[in-house]
Design a binder for this molecule. Structure first.
Ligand code: ADP
Ligand code: ADP
Length: 228
C-alpha cells in the first residue's frame, strides 16, 4: 500500500513541482500517471523511490515512511521497489546476467540464490539464452526486458516505470506492456508514467492525471488523449 498525504515538492529554484498531493494506491493496482510535459509526473515517480525527498507531507510505502527514511536505509526500500526508465539505464560494461545480479548484490543476496534468480527472471522476461550478451548487443525492446528483469529480481511489491516505452516502436511497446501486465497479474503493483495514449487507451487501468503539480483526475478505468 502506498499513501501520499499533503505531499509537496518545491525544488531549490523555488519551482513547485507538486502541491498538496493526496493519493492511495492499493497493493496490486496498475496505475498510469499521465499529463503534459512539466506537469510533475517525474517528480511524483521519483518521490516514490526516494530519488527525491518531499518538501512537506507524508509518503508511506507499506510501513516505511519515506520522509523519515535515512540514506543508509534506502536499500531496504529498494527491496520493495523496482524501477525501470525510458533509457533503460543498464550498465554497459556488464553482461545481462551481471546487470541483474548487481541489483541483488547491492542488497547482499547469497551468490547461489543470485544465480538461480537470474536464470528465473530471464525466463520470465523471455530472454533465456541472452545472459552473456552485453546491452549494446541487444535491441531496445530486449534492453528494456533486461531492465525489467533487474527491477523484479528482488521480488519487489512495487514496479515503477518512468516512460518505459518512450524509446520503443509501437510493436515493441505492446510487448513491454504485456510483460508489465503479466508482472502485475502476479500481484506486483505497477505504476507507469507515460505519454503513450495509445497504450493507455488499449490497456485500460487506473489513471492519475497530473497537471500543474496537482492530481486533476483519478479514474478507475481512465482514458487519455495526449496533446503532444
Ligand atoms: P513531468 O515529468 O510531468 O514532465 P517534472 O516532474 O519533470 O514533470 O517537472 C515538474 C516541474 O518541476 C517542471 O516545472 C520542471 O521544470 C520542474 N523541475 C523538474 N526537475 C527539476 C529540478 N531538478 N530542479 C528544478 N526544477 C525542476
Ligand atoms: P546511483 O545511486 O549512483 O544512482 P545505484 O547503485 O543506486 O546508483 O544503482 C546502480 C544502477 O542500478 C543504476 O543504473 C540504477 O538505475 C540501477 N538501480 C538501482 N536500484 C534499482 C532498482 N530498484 N530497480 C532497478 N534498477 C535499479
Amino acid at each position: 500500500m502506498i499513501r501520499m498525504v499533503d505531499v509537496s515538492k518545491v525544488y531549490d529554484n523555488k519551482v513547485t513541482a507538486l502541491e498538496n498531493v493526496n493519493v492511495e494506491i492499493a497493493q496490486g493496482d496498475f496505475v498510469y500517471v499521465v499529463g503534459p510535459s512539466g506537469a510533475g509526473k517525474s517528480t511524483f515517480i521519483k518521490l516514490l523511490y526516494r530519488e527525491l525527498r518531499a518538501t512537506s507531507g507524508l509518503i508511506m510505502i507499506d510501513d516505511f515512511d519515506l520522509t523519515q527514511l535515512k540514506d543508509r536505509e534506502v536499500p531496504f526500500l529498494r527491496r520493495k521497489i523496482g524501477v525501470v526508465f525510458q533509457d533503460f539505464k543498464l550498465l554497459s560494461r556488464l553482461t545481462v546476467a551481471e546487470n541483474i545480479a548487481y541489483a541483488m548484490e547491492v542488497i547482499e543476496t547469497d551468490p547461489e540464490e543470485i544465480k538461480q534468480r537470474v536464470t528465473q527472471v530471464l525466463a520470465e522476461v523471455g530472454l533465456t539464452g541472452k545472459a552473456a550478451r552485453f546491452p549494446n548487443e541487444l535491441s531496445g525492446g530486449e534492453q528494456q526486458r533486461v531492465a525489467i528483469a533487474r527491477a523484479i529480481a528482488n521480488n519487489p511489491h512495487i514496479l515503477i516505470a518512468d516512460e518505459p516505452t518512450g524509446n520503443l516502436d509501437p510493436n515493441t511497446s505492446e510487448e513491454i506492456m504485456a510483460l508489465l501486465e503479466k508482472i502485475n497479474a502476479k500481484g506486483t503493483t505497477v505504476i507507469m508514467a507515460t505519454h503513450n495514449d495509445q497504450l493507455v487507451n488499449s490497456h485500460v487501468h487506473r489513471l492519475l492525471e497530473i497537471n500543474n503539480g496537482d492530481i486533476v483526475r483519478d479514474e478507475k478505468e481512465g482514458t487519455y488523449a495526449n496533446e503532444g
